[in-house]
Design a protein around this ligand. Structure first.
Ligand code: NAP
Length: 259
């Protein structure tokens, strides 16, 4: 399917690895020029070059912490005129409800709620002027069904979801389409981090930890960055203009809910 976005320009945050990289690759496959971002310059440049080589699109790589004001300013200064924004950042650490201080909550809200909001606030006015834009925020399945040990994530991402629900309807009249993608378990570094936590807590091998988590998913496997990215590229396409303010679960059926 021709996604109708060849020649457009996208900022994909936190995209040297994992789900962000998957989104960048699938947008590049649709002919979209990219601005990529991550903190680590080496992995970022490797990913940028791999995408240039494979898809022949323009790729600008900006090493910066997207959750800091200075980092965002650096990325936006290099980004140029954007048609597509994919927000993403690392997730907050797990723990118990009684562990977290005000500072922990502020850090989680900054990274996973206020950063995407700041990026949308900066970028959407120009999309509105052009009469076309697409925004996809990478959140989590924890927005639909809480993951108890990820209380910081549950709180911050649900706050972002509430913001998007209203804002998506305010910008849709101007051709700017905002949606969220809710990943379940995917085979990325983040999944290895969570498997390690299970393996250490339960005293089992990494393979056993992974097998146990996969067994809890109706699809009986982890998702891939390619299939996550392909869904993101569709939501950024010409064809997605009537999908407004939705929360699209990509979780292999892991969230046990009728709608
Ligand atoms: P990942 O494989 O660990 O990749 C994270 C990417 O983000 C890397 O490129 C990393 O590069 C970059 N990054 C992290 N913090 C950043 C920051 N502050 N500024 C700029 N770049 C940053 O993670 P993932 O699995 O793709 O997860 C992406 C998001 O989806 C996370 O918020 C995660 O919590 C959420 N999620 C993931 C899953 C899953 O199963 N994978 C499930 C639900 C939700 P640097 O470290 O070099 O910055």
């Amino acid at each position: 399917m021709d996604l109708g976005i060849s020649g457009k320009r996208a900022l994909v945050c936190a995209s040297s690895k994992g789900l962000g990289r998957g989104c960048a690759e699938q947008l590049a496959a649709a002919g979209v020029n990219l601005v990529l971002n991550a903190r680590g310059a080496e992995a970022l440049e490797e990913t940028a070059q791999a995408i240039r080589d494979e898809y022949g699109v323009e790729v600008v790589a900006v090493a910066a912490d997207i959750t800091s004001e200075a980092g965002r300013a650096k990325v936006l200064a290099a980004a140029g005129d954007l048609d597509i924004l994919v927000t993403n950042a690392g997730g907050p650490p797990p723990g118990m409800w009684s562990d977290w201080t005000r500072e922990d909550f502020i850090a989680a809200l900054d990274a996973n709620m206020l950063t995407p909001i700041a990026l949308m606030t900066e970028i959407m006015p120009k999309m509105i002027d052009k009469g076309w834009g697409r925004v996809v925020n990478i959140t989590s399945q924890s927005v639909k069904a809480p993951i108890p040990q990820l209380g910081l994530s549950n709180a911050a991402r649900t706050g972002l979801t509430g913001y998007v629900a209203g804002t998506a309807r305010q910008v849709a009249p101007f051709g700017v389409i905002v949606n969220n993608m809710l990943p379940g378990i995917h085979a990325t570094d983040r999944a290895i981090q969570l498997d390690t936590g299970v393996s250490q807590k339960e005293g089992i091998s990494m393979d056993e930890a992974k097998a146990r988590r996969a067994a809890a998913i109706p699809a009986r496997r982890y998702g891939t960055r390619q299939e996550f990215g392909a869904t993101c590229a569709f939501l950024c396409s010409e064809h997605a203009g009537f999908i407004v303010g939705q929360n699209i679960l990509c979780d292999g059926g892991g969230t046990n809910a009728t709608i």
